[in-house]
Design a protein around this ligand. Structure first.
Ligand code: NAD
Ligand code: IPM
Ligand code: MN
Length: 364
């Protein structure tokens, strides 16, 4: 009998990761299949079982729901979720995103949204006066409450006296756990710096609590240098002095805005990856996704940049306990960007989603 040459033959004993795929809408349908091809090619010593879910705006037009009522129960046993993008002009955004994306983040209490902002080899930083080394930030976004809690209402709808109220909820527990997680991340990085985004000059309740918790938690991390910036000044600092920023912790809305700015600093929204995690308790699987949306302006043309989603897949492998595979995927991405031959149109090139993905697979 001949022994298997290189790849182990999947058998009942081979480690299997069960991944729920939610490609969603628009370019989500292009970038998730790209990341799946890369994951399949990278698997060594274990295998994947991918289960696709067609949830999203088209599904909603057919069924009246973005996902089934028991969708969270269906997702719960998976090892991870890989999501593309949700939202399309056919369904109002405040319905589609609340009923699917935010439902998963909140339902599984995935309170950490980790978003690295780095310049990949071969790519020019968008800021001409800065070098790639100047831009290396890790955003820790609060992902379970804050401005996104969804409490509020409309009164006297449609009349001249109409009132709309959108509440923010900042709990001491929610604020403390995200700030503590950010300190832990800062402690592990060479520069050991943490910047926090506040706005306590105008928001005297939520952001003053944020500042108090920051000061309290900081006492446990004397090795970490902390700076607390008002979010407006922090946005400017990302452009003028990005080299002073290392780990950044911010509320749900502030970090949402700052990380799109981060994507722009990287050179394209198609490059920014993210991981939704609950590092302390498992209420459901972690979820990995690009920072960008469904990009209706380019959807269906096969030219979307899958890099952010492939990077998110690399983060997924790291968090599944396969850091070597995660690192190999990232190294393959770096090899392709470093060569400078394959560039999707968002980076000024002419390559397709598929050509970029093929190139990454060829480097694995
Ligand atoms: P967007 O991120 O979809 O697009 C903004 C711009 O960036 C567009 O010009 C788009 O072409 C470009 N872009 C984004 N990703 C790209 C990629 N991978 N490759 C090349 N170019 C890329 O933001 P938007 O236009 O504000 O939102 C479109 C829809 O997506 C809305 O319904 C919005 O609510 C939703 N959205 C969803 C998510 C998510 O599911 N996580 C995130 C953001 C926006
Ligand atoms: C993101 C997105 C979502 C967010 C939207 C689509 C609800 O912009 O993941 O950054 O604001 O969290
Ligand atoms: Mn966003």
């Amino acid at each position: 009998m001949r022994a298997a040459a290189c790849k182990a033959i999947p058998g009942p004993l081979m480690k299997t990761y069960r991944i729920a795929l939610i490609p969603g809408d628009g370019i989500g349908q292009e970038v998730v299949p790209a990341a799946v091809r890369v994951l399949e090619a990278a698997a060594q010593g274990f295998r994947f079982e991918f289960v696709p879910f067609e949830w999203g705006c088209e599904y909603s037009l057919r069924t009246g729901r973005m996902m089934p009522e028991d969708g969270l129960e269906t997702l719960r046993p998976f090892d991870a979720i890989l999501l593309g993008a949700i939202g399309y002009p056919t369904v109002p955004d405040h319905i589609s995103l609340r009923d699917l994306l935010l439902r998963i983040r909140f339902g599984f209490d995935l309170y950490v949204n980790l978003r690295p902002i780095e310049i990949l080899p071969g790519l020019e930083p968008a800021l001409r006066s800065k070098s790639a080394r100047d831009i290396n930030m890790l955003f820790i976004r609060e992902n379970s409450e804050g401005e996104y809690c969804g409490l509020g209402g409309r009164f006297k709808r449609g009349t001249a006296d109409e009132v709309a109220i959108q509440q923010s909820v900042f709990t001491r527990k929610g604020t403390e756990r995200i700030i503590r997680y950010a300190f832990e991340q800062a402690r592990r990085r060479p520069r050991k710096r943490l910047a926090s985004a506040t706005k306590s000059n105008a928001m005297q309740y939520t952001m003053v609590l944020w500042d108090e918790v920051l000061r309290k938690v900081a006492r446990d991390y004397p090795d970490v240098t902390v700076a607390n910036y008002h979010v407006d000044a922090l946005a400017a600092r990302m452009i003028t002095h990005p080299e002073t920023l290392d780990v950044v912790v911010a509320s749900n809305l502030f970090a949402d805005i700052l990380t799109d700015l981060g994507g722009a600093l990287q050179g394209s929204l198609g490059l920014a990856a993210s991981a939704n995690l609950n590092p302390t308790e498992r209420l459901g699987p972690p979820m990995f996704e690009p920072v960008h949306g469904s990009a209706p302006d380019i959807a269906g043309q096969g030219v979307s940049n899958p890099l952010a989603t492939i990077w998110a897949a690399s983060l997924m492998m790291e968090h599944l306990g396969e850091p070597a595979t995660g690192a190999r995927i990232l190294a393959a991405l770096h090899a392709v960007t470093g060569e400078g031959k394959i560039r999707t149109p968002d980076l000024g090139g002419k390559s397709t989603t598929q050509e970029f993905t093929d190139a990454v697979i060829s480097k694995l």
